[in-house]
Ligand binder design. Structure first.
Ligand SMILES: Cc1cc2nc3c(=O)[nH]c(=O)nc-3n(C[C@H](O)[C@H](O)[C@H](O)COP(=O)(O)OP(=O)(O)OC[C@H]3O[C@@H](n4cnc5c(N)ncnc54)[C@H](O)[C@@H]3O)c2cc1C
Length: 478
């Protein structure tokens, strides 16, 4: 049997469940495939910087696969509905009797995969879908009543129990070298029309080898201080592995297994031992939790609030405010620093993501879906489950969300988490000359100093806008 492995958001050769299975089952070789599907990516707001990382990672992957005698082929689909046919055509052309892929759980992706399985079956071929994007198949861990968890902490406890019962987290066997075929790999395009990225590729080195190196360095040098440094955007306190997890250049199993190995001396390495390690594992589990939410509550993929009642909120409509937020010109330095970091690099620190998201949804009272879309269009790590989860948490419309009356004050967040102002200075250069005391609230500077700054006045009064948002939510709950 010759197997076809279909790569999507699992762009690695190591610890790849479906690829590993294809390589051990096939006895007449394995062919690999990636489908270029711009209309699908456009509909899903895939950011050019994310696609740049994807294409560069594919190029590296193609070389690695070639050393295993697995040719990486590239197919094209003009419309999302053409994808199943494009995959089947490759299987027919190269006599691949069985298709292997790792599951994706978003509504459109799941129905595309169901259509592909049906097309293979109708053609007398077989298709196998594997759990790989999350450590545990969504739905395998449930509440005592058999429901999907909707609150993080009990989910995490149940997940740990489930994994401990299995003896830990284990990576998959490396793919076996295949017999040579005479199929030549396709060249991976440099770019795809409409997705040209202005962000320097050097900012996001590509490939699974780089991702693994980043993980190793983080575990060796930073994880122990993670709890103390993770909220400080001016420091390198977090792993910055999210872009690599999003495209699958590294797996959550590899991440958790490496953290558990670093905590091997602890009797219960998931949740006891150095706090930096246990806290980091817990953050990776947030990603897992949001994947389970996407699979269990598909409405979150369809622009609907998780808390159904909150769909009745009448958000403000103010294009000028929305544009100012997108461009980092709100007049609130920490918000502008985050939004400019996003535009300049494709990434934003988690603490600042929460601050800018709360500011958009509570102070400007603009629809979280506008923020979700803008993030997706610019993030190198854009990932529906985590992005939607983060936005709905901030907007108080999601699972386990921030209570509507607990609204971050961006100035207190700024003084607490960027006390020196270095993060603001690095991203809002027109404020670089201000001292740590001045930089968080430039509107309080004496008139003459203020007049010399080319920096906008705040769009809204922070405390009045906060009260209005609380009143709007309270009225809804009432
Ligand atoms: C409004 C908003 C939007 C977000 N959009 C995305 C997104 O599109 N893609 C994305 O990967 N993350 C998103 N996040 C989550 C989080 O901000 C990033 O995962 C994190 O900043 C990535 O940095 P890191 O890799 O250094 O994380 P680390 O702190 O090193 O954490 C390790 C890994 O755990 C996962 N993780 C950490 N925090 C979270 C979290 N709160 N939710 C889900 N997973 C988490 C990530 O995969 C991360 O790479 C969003 C958060 C918010 C508040």
């Amino acid at each position: 049997m010759r197997a076809l492995h279909w790569f999507r958001s699992d762009l690695r050769s190591i610890d790849n469940t479906a690829l590993s299975a294809a390589c051990s089952k096939a006895d007449e070789g394995v062919v690999a495939l990636f489908v270029i599907s711009p209309a699908e990516w456009l509909a899903h707001d895939v950011a050019p910087v994310r696609l740049s990382l994807t294409l560069r990672t594919l190029r590296e992957l193609s070389t690695t696969l070639a050393s295993l005698n697995i040719p990486l082929l590239i197919a094209h689909a003009a419309k999302p509905a053409d994808v199943p046919r494009a995959v089947l055509d490759v299987a027919r052309r190269h006599n691949c009797a069985e298709l292997f892929f790792n599951k994706e759980y978003e509504v459109n992706e799941a129905s595309r995969d169901a259509a592909t399985i049906a097309a293979f079956q109708d053609d007398g071929r077989r298709a196998h879908a594997f759990t790989d994007q999350s450590v545990v198949e969504p739905g395998d861990v449930r509440t005592g009543e058999g429901r999907f968890f909707t609150v993080f902490t009990p989910f995490k406890k149940a997940l740990y129990k489930h994994l401990q019962a299995k003896g830990g987290v284990f990576t998959r066997p490396a793919p076996r070298k295949q017999p040579a075929t005479n199929i030549r790999p396709d060249p991976v395009p440099e770019t795809v029309a409409g997705f040209e990225s202005a962000i320097a590729p050097e900012l996001w080195p590509a490939g699974e080898v780089h991702a693994q190196k980043r993980l190793d360095t983080f575990i060796a040098k930073h994880i122990v201080q993670y709890k103390d440094r993770r909220d400080l955007p001016a420091q390198d306190g977090t792993s910055v592995l999210s872009p690599y997890l999003a495209i699958g250049a590294i797996s959550p199993r590899q991440c958790i297994a490496a953290a558990l190995a670093a905590n091997a001396r602890s009797a219960s390495p998931f949740d006891t031992g150095p706090e930096g390690i246990t806290h980091w594992i817990s953050e990776v589990v947030w990603r897992e939790f949001y994947i389970h939410i996407v699979a269990g509550f598909p409405r979150v993929c369809m622009h609907r609030a998780f808390q159904i009642g909150t769909d009745r909120i009448v958000w403000n409509r103010n294009e000028a405010h929305l544009q100012a937020w997108k461009q980092g010109r709100t007049g609130v330095p920490i918000v502008d620093a985050g939004m400019r970091q996003l535009l300049a690099t494709g990434w934003m620190h988690n603490r600042v993501r929460m601050v800018v998201a709360m500011y958009l949804t509570k102070n400007l009272f603009l629809d979280w879906r506008e923020g979700e879309k803008h993030f997706m269009r610019h993030l190198v790590d854009g990932f529906l489950a985590s992005n939607n989860g983060g936005w709905q948490w901030s907007a108080s419309t999601g699972t386990d969300a921030a209570p509507y009356f607990r609204i971050f004050n961006p100035v207190s967040q700024s003084t607490k988490f960027d006390p020196s102002g270095d993060y603001i200075r690095a991203n809002v250069t027109e404020l670089a000359s201000l001292t740590a005391d001045e930089i968080h609230e430039p509107w309080k500077l004496p008139g003459l100093v203020r007049a010399r700054l080319v920096y906008p006045e705040p769009l809204v009064d922070l405390s009045r806008s906060r009260e209005k948002a609380i009143a709007a939510f309270a009225a809804l709950k009432g």
